[in-house]
Write a protein that binds this ligand. Structure first.
Ligand SMILES: Nc1ncnc2c1ncn2[C@@H]1O[C@H](COP(=O)(O)OP(=O)(O)OP(=O)(O)O)[C@@H](O)[C@H]1O
Ligand SMILES: [Mg+2]
Length: 1001
């Protein structure tokens, strides 16, 4: 760090001072201020000196230079602390807070704005719209809060007159998701009265100077702030020559900001109507007419009524009367005295403004609050808190507000002491680290003086407020004198009669850590009690403007209702500050300590005495001493190990040493910064951040390798898992398939197991549907079965019937269903001419002829014989007999003793044509083109016989058998497979039955 800035700029960390003395500290601070180096480190604490001039050190490039860097890598800057807080929050998922302290005008608010700008600049790199809008509202809220909560004081032209603690919420990505603003004690007395040379809150001047003509007309206002009592003091003159234009532009900015934040038009109008009403209220005067009091300018009352959406009569009544409930449940109106009316008016104005301010804060909170956050989905929600609260103040006249503000600063200083000085030193003791104790000024005693129950100043004030009878401020002072007389940090004129700077019965003095402050007790009780007549609350609640009504919910209460006494202002403030300190204490704190270089807002002047005073009371020197002797970083051994174990071969992935401490030692030894650490009982203490940085760098370099390694292992594991799952699936599938096959076989067996013994050999049994895998197998099995079945059937046919069966099978396959009746169901006699029943008159004679032909032509089998009718082309028909043997086809003349008319060798027959009709026509085709066309005649055996199928089947079978070899006994396959093609030929429905295998079969 020291190398980053030349030595001519002094030491950029006070820890590097040669000697820790006030002189050297001041010398370094002054040198750096004069050289334009306004920031200096004390370890992680940034000391900031208000430059009172524009500095070119907050731009984009500077943000980039600090983004994600370690503290000591860059010159000291607010951005270093902001980045450290952000990094801690992101890396360790810890809530952090940045406490900005210093006296009024030291630059706290400016610092808080730069810190927020930095956080906004480094977050949301992906520019997600919802995050951008949150950032925008967070940034814009500053402008609104400053307008309504800041004012020009004699110490600071833009003094925060309220305390602000803002929580910014982040998601696991480190992007802001929302926030919450806590506001503390607005100095509302400023609304009605300001010290000489001071102004009321900026908002009034911005409205009067920046508001459009129409706006002012609608609010019945004049542009000149000096016209209104409440703004007269800060209206102009030589104090504020240039502020008119600033107020004008600020007004525009506030209007824009209100719209960006999401205030509705009606709400914005209401805000300015309330401001207008307050200004009109301030100008109200009262006069006493005999007994009663009246408002001197009724027009102003009219205006107030319009602006608050009430009636003039109600406003007037609330200003002049007080409704009181008598004991008997009766309600009466009690008129105010002129003084009471004046008091009521001012109290009303103050309360109106205070409620308006709190309402604005709550509206902003409603917009920025984190919505729909689910820790399971979105990860841990972490917070960075930024505290910018009024600095320590000493005015010429210090009242109740200064008392509260200074008490608040005592509490924050106590927290600083607690965290930075005391706890740190206690931790070294606890961990057994050799340590030279450093003394520091502990302000606990002053905190106790203010807040201790029963004996503290707040308790005494409350007692006085709650007491019956008229208790005055002076009585309260006396009570404090008697109870706190012995306290070393409390005094008054009564207790120190020689101190002429204190006034009797008016002043008391507290020796604060930052200096002595003399408070005027005047008005303390009134401000602590903070009373406001109920009538005003009811008036506002009953306003027809819903925004106003919403601000005054307790106006709903009836006058007769008994309510609990509200807590006093001091107690409320104390409670809120205690809650704030608790909130801060549970976070990792980062500090910005602001110093005001001079009282005249000069960029050149370094007021040595004033700065020395601030350095002393801020405890910066002690801070340097503790820091110098102490350690920048500490971490329990196990957490340290967890974070850095990958940087050492002995500790990665797990160490085999006795304890984590030894493993940590191994890491330290490997990186060679043994001299820079101390080993506590449970923690490792690292003196300089540089050592830690080395580790961090190494870790950052190793992380991608580790990530790759983990990814590799995990991908492998995923692939193995996937593979196992797929294997299991295949196994299940194959088992299931096997089961299905088996189940099919079982079922086939069950159904067909007994087919041998069945009468129909299982012909009627329905086969189970086969699984897809067995489709082919199933077909073959069925075919086998059918063959088996056929064999069983054929086996039982007597040999004498075989010829007929074969012929029928041949006819069946040749006809292919073309001919409906073909004589399948009857006995095929074949030789009808020899059959006595069929041809009773001629059979004996034909038997004789047949024998002669057998002897002569040597045939062995008669294939067919029967009467036929021959039809010639002249349509002349003649009866004939057809005789077919295994050698010849004979055409015989039946009437002439069966004389042979024509004899054709059977081998000459090439085909046979039949029709599909019921006629008995038949054509025998021959190779010699000498075809025989006849019509078969039925004999007497059965007049309806169809003999075409018989001739066809017998011839077809004969030729099939003579082609395959007569010696071979035709099996069922041959019988079944005999087939031929059928082609229409003759007239419409003739069928060709080629008989020769070398031609068509
Ligand atoms: N970093 C800075 N750069 C330029 N000017 C600064 C800076 N810090 C402070 N100032 C100047 O100092 C003035 C007072 O600063 P600021 O309002 O932040 O003080 P404060 O500590 O908040 O005081 P108070 O306690 O009264 O609110 C600013 O208006 C601004 O002009
Ligand atoms: Mg401020």
């Amino acid at each position: 760090m020291a190398e980053l800035e030349g030595l001519e700029f002094g030491k950029s960390d006070f820890v590097l001072l040669d000697e820790v003395t006030m002189e050297q500290f001041m010398e370094n601070l002054k040198l750096r201020f004069e050289k334009g180096r306004i920031y200096t480190f004390i370890g992680e604490v940034v000391v900031s000196v208000n430059p009172y001039r524009e500095m070119d050190i907050y731009g984009k490039e500077v943000v980039e230079a600090y983004r994600g860097r370690e503290l000591y890598e860059n010159p000291p800057h607010l951005f270093s602390v902001a980045d450290a807080a952000y990094k801690t929050m992101k890396r360790r998922a810890k809530d952090t807070c940045i406490v900005i302290s210093g006296e009024s005008g030291a630059g706290k608010t400016e610092a808080s704005k730069y810190i927020m700008q930095y956080i906004a600049a480094i977050t949301n790199p992906s520019q997600r719209a919802e995050v951008e809008s949150v950032k925008n509202v967070l940034l814009k809220s500053n402008c609104v809060l400053e307008a309504f909560g800041n004012a020009k004081t004699n110490r600071n032209n833009n003094s925060s007159r309220f305390g602000k603690y803002m929580d910014i919420n982040f998601n696991f990505n480190g992007d802001p998701t929302g926030g919450h603003i806590n506001n503390y004690l607005l100095e509302k007395s400023r609304v009605v009265q300001q010290q000489g040379g001071e102004r009321n809150f900026h908002s009034f001047y911005q409205l009067l100077r920046g508001g459009s003509e129409e706006m002012l007309q609608s609010l019945f206002l004049q542009r000149d702030p000096s016209f209104y009592i409440y703004t007269r003091e800060g209206a102009g003159g030589f104090f504020f020559p240039q502020t008119s234009s600033e107020d004008r532009s600020a007004h525009k900015a506030v209007l824009t900001a209100l719209k960006v934040i999401g205030f509705r038009a009606q709400e914005i109008d209401s805000i300015y109507m309330i401001l207008g009403a307050i200004l009109h209220l301030g100008n109200l005067e009262f006069a006493t007419d005999g007994e009663s009091v009246r408002v001197t300018a009724p027009q102003a009352v009219e205006n107030i009524a319009i602006l608050t959406s009430t009636t003039a009569a109600d406003v007037s009544k609330a200003l002049l009367f007080r409704t009181v409930a008598t004991g008997g449940g009766e309600v009466i109106d009690k008129g105010h005295s002129e003084q009471e009316a004046n008091y009521g008016r001012d109290a009303f104005s103050k309360a109106l403004y205070e409620r308006l301010f709190s309402w604005i804060v709550s509206r902003i909170n409603a917009v920025i609050e984190v919505k729909d956050y689910n820790p399971v989905l979105h990860g841990k929600n972490t917070v960075i808190g930024v505290l910018d609260i009024y600095g320590f103040e000493i005015f010429d006249n210090n009242s109740f507000e200064q008392f509260c503000i200074n008490y608040c600063n005592e509490k924050l200083h106590q927290l600083f002491i607690e965290l930075i000085l005391r706890q740190e030193q206690e931790e070294y003791d606890r961990e057994g680290i050799p340590w030279q104790h450093i003394d520091y000024c502990n302000n606990q005693i002053i905190v106790d003086l203010v807040e201790q129950p029963h004996r503290g100043i707040i308790s005494i004030l409350d007692e006085a407020c709650l007491g019956v009878g008229k208790v005055t401020d002076v009585m309260c002072l006396e009570s404090m004198d008697s109870k706190l007389g012995q306290h070393p940090h409390y005094t008054s004129r009564k207790l120190s009669p020689t101190d002429k700077s204190l006034e009797f019965q008016r002043h008391f003095r507290i020796r604060h850590y930052a200096g002595d402050v003399t408070y005027s007790v005047e008005g303390f009780l009134e401000k602590n009690k903070d009373p406001l007549f109920q009538d005003f609350k009811r008036l506002m609640f009953n306003s027809t403007n819903p925004v106003l009504s919403e601000m005054w919910p307790e106006g709903r209460l009836d006058i007769t209702e008994v309510t609990k006494r509200p807590l006093t202002a001091a107690t409320l403030f104390k409670n809120s500050i205690v809650a704030l300190v608790d909130k801060l204490a549970c976070k990792d704190p980062y500090y910005v300590r602001c110093i005001k270089p001079n009282e005249v807002k000069s960029p050149m002047l370094f007021d040595d005495a004033r700065c020395r005073h601030q350095v002393a009371y801020l405890g910066l020197l002690e801070n340097v001493r503790v820091r110098r002797a102490g350690f920048a970083y500490r971490q329990p051994y196990n957490r340290f190990l967890q974070r850095y174990k990958m940087t050492c071969e002995y500790t990665w992935p797990n160490h085999l040493m006795e304890s984590d401490r030894e493993a940590v030692e191994a890491i330290v030894k490997q990186h060679d910064f043994h001299d820079d650490v101390e080993y506590g009982h449970t923690k490792l203490f690292v003196r300089t951040p540089r050592s830690l940085f080395t580790l961090e760098q190494e870790r950052a370099a190793l992380i991608p390798i580790l990530v790759l390694f983990l990814q590799k292992v995990w991908r492998g594991a995923l692939a193995r898992m996937r593979c196992r799952r797929i294997r299991a699936i295949y196994r299940i599938m194959s088992c299931f398939r096997r089961y299905k096959v088996k189940a099919h076989f079982w079922e086939v067996e069950r159904r067909l197991g007994g087919v041998r013994t069945m009468a129909d050999y299982g012909r009627s049994v329905q086969w189970p549907a086969a699984p897809a895998a067995l489709a082919h197998f199933h077909a073959i099995t069925q075919q086998l079965y059918h063959r088996w079945w056929a064999r069983q059937v054929v086996k039982n046919i007597p040999p004498s019937d075989m010829a007929e069966v074969r012929a029928k099978v041949a006819a069946l396959s040749a006809l292919q269903g073309e001919r409906p009746t073909w004589g399948c169901g009857r006995v095929w006699e074949r030789d009808y001419l020899s059959h006595v029943s069929d041809s009773p008159q001629t059979s004996a004679h034909f038997v004789q002829v047949s024998k002669e032909l057998k002897n002569k032509d040597q045939f062995s089998t008669i294939l067919f014989s029967g009467f036929v009718r021959k039809v010639n082309r002249f349509n002349k028909s003649t009866d004939r007999a057809l005789f077919i043997t295994d050698k010849h086809v004979y055409k015989l003349e039946p009437r002439k003793h069966f004389r042979v008319l024509k004899k054709i060798p059977l081998d000459n027959v090439t085909g046979l044509s039949v029709t599909s009709g019921a006629d008995q026509m038949l054509v025998l085709h021959t190779s010699s083109k000498d075809d025989i066309l006849v019509c078969l005649q039925r004999g007497e055996l059965c007049p309806n016989q169809d003999r075409v199928g018989e001739v066809l089947g017998t011839l077809s079978d004969h030729f099939t058998r003579s082609n395959t070899g007569a010696a071979v006994e035709p099996g069922p396959t041959q019988l079944l497979s005999t087939s031929c093609s059928v082609t229409p030929l003759w007239y419409q429905c003739a069928t060709i039955l080629p008989l020769r295998s070398n031609t068509c079969v």
